[in-house]
Design a protein around this ligand. Structure first.
Ligand code: FEO
Length: 392
């Protein structure tokens, strides 16, 4: 794909990765992604903001073919999908410097072998004059690494946000069109990447909403020409109300745990509580992550394997713990064969969740009447807790 103009002298460069299906060897990418770099030209100097994943560097190289001179490569974030082609760009332009935050500098050296003498660091609020155009740097730690910064170009009212406010979405559209698919891609991206930093996201939103911004240009997904739309979404997802909803990921080996899950779903629905149920051997983890954004309660269904929690259930517990959703209540449904420590194991894996633990339901083999009654009581408790929070 050729470079595409956003404003006179400002271009999208990069690559749309239509076929990528996994990020970090973990995150599903059902809609692919893009790696957005941007070229900003002033009357005297030119800067490239971020690069792209090195697997697609040939596309950026072709877009830069007619550029004889480049003065700066701004590294907003050291992760390889954006900074991985910096060594190649610096090799192509021997007089160019990499520009980054002080925390990013050692990362560029450690992760990418960038020569120290090629790196300039900038503090929060520093600016570089390109000639009629200014790069003003805004440090934004933890969206989603500690070294992250953004670049604001006040003359054009464009904020380049790197991962922040982005989405994993491969599309031929340069600008967001407002389609529901784009909102879902942005929510999925928030859930998988930004959710662990919800508190810091609110602070960073406050900071950037003090800027006069017409366009948000992230490093994944389409450019957003309605900044209020995406910042409102982020506020809702990071600090908005929880929903009267149970996120119910589970796995079942011979059907007993599934019967428990069936019973809980029926009991919750009859009490007016919504349920998002995920059979873990066939579910997209991104959908589970999206459910965790605003589900007031999480219940994990797990049989035992060799005396411990089924590894698929342990995996989702570990993932939920890493994503740190704002979940208020948590519980476990467990069917075991001859004993085991599945509930204790899962409880031990979710220490980051500041959630009240509701009495788990544990049964041997098939759930019997007393187990089904315990599930009814769990549903009663969940509905009552949601009512207390004003969610019903
Ligand atoms: Fe898109 Fe954190 O890299």
């Amino acid at each position: 794909m050729e470079a595409r103009q956003i404003r006179e002298g400002i271009f999208w460069m990069g690559a749309v990765d239509w076929d990528r299906r996994l990020f970090d060897s973990l995150i599903p990418l059902p809609d692919g992604t893009s790696y957005n770099a941007y070229l900003v030209k002033g009357s005297s100097k030119t800067a490239l903001l971020d690069t792209i994943d090195p697997s697609m560097y040939h596309q950026l190289e072709a877009q830069l073919a007619s550029m004889e001179r480049l003065d700066y490569v701004v590294a907003h974030h050291a992760e390889q999908d954006h900074s991985g082609s910096i060594p190649a760009v610096l090799a192509k332009y021997p007089k160019a410097s990499a520009v980054c935050s002080p925390k990013c500098k050692p990362m560029l050296i450690d992760l990418l072998n960038v020569a120290e003498e090629r790196i300039i660091t900038v503090d929060d609020g520093d600016a570089i004059d390109l000639g009629g155009r200014t790069l003003k740097f805004v440090h934004a730690p933890w969206v989603h690494w500690p070294e992250t910064m953004l670049t604001y170009v006040p003359e054009d009212k464009i904020l380049f946000t790197c991962d922040f406010l982005g989405s994993h979405l491969a599309t031929s559209e340069l600008f967001s069109t407002g389609r529901p698919r784009e909102r879902e891609a942005a929510k999925r991206y928030f859930a998988e990447i930004m959710m662990p930093f919800s508190n810091l996201i609110v602070k960073n939103l406050d900071r950037i909403e003090g800027l006069d911004v017409d366009v948000v240009a992230p490093s994944h997904g389409p450019v957003v020409s309605d900044p209020g739309y995406i910042t409102d979404c982020y506020r809702e997802w990071s600090a908005g109300p929880m929903r009267n909803k149970v996120c119910l990921p589970y796995v079942s080996m011979h059907g007993s745990t599934r019967l428990m899950v069936d019973a809980l779903v029926s009991a919750l629905v009859s009490r007016g509580v919504a349920v998002e149920r995920f059979e873990l051997t066939g579910s997209d983890l991104g959908n589970v992550a999206m459910s965790l954004v605003d589900a007031a309660t999480v219940v994990i269904g797990a049989p035992t394997v060799l005396g411990g929690a089924h590894p698929a259930a342990a995996h989702i517990a570990l993932l939920a713990n890493a994503l740190r959703p704002r979940t208020k209540f948590v519980s476990v449904l467990c069917s075991y064969g001859w004993g085991g420590r599945a509930v204790e194991q899962i409880s031990g894996l979710i220490g980051n969740l500041r959630a009240e633990v509701l009495e788990p339901v544990v049964c041997k083999g098939l759930p019997r009447s007393q187990d089904l009654q315990a599930i009814e009581r769990l549903a009663d408790q969940i509905a009552a807790k949601h009512r207390e929070l004003g969610l019903v």
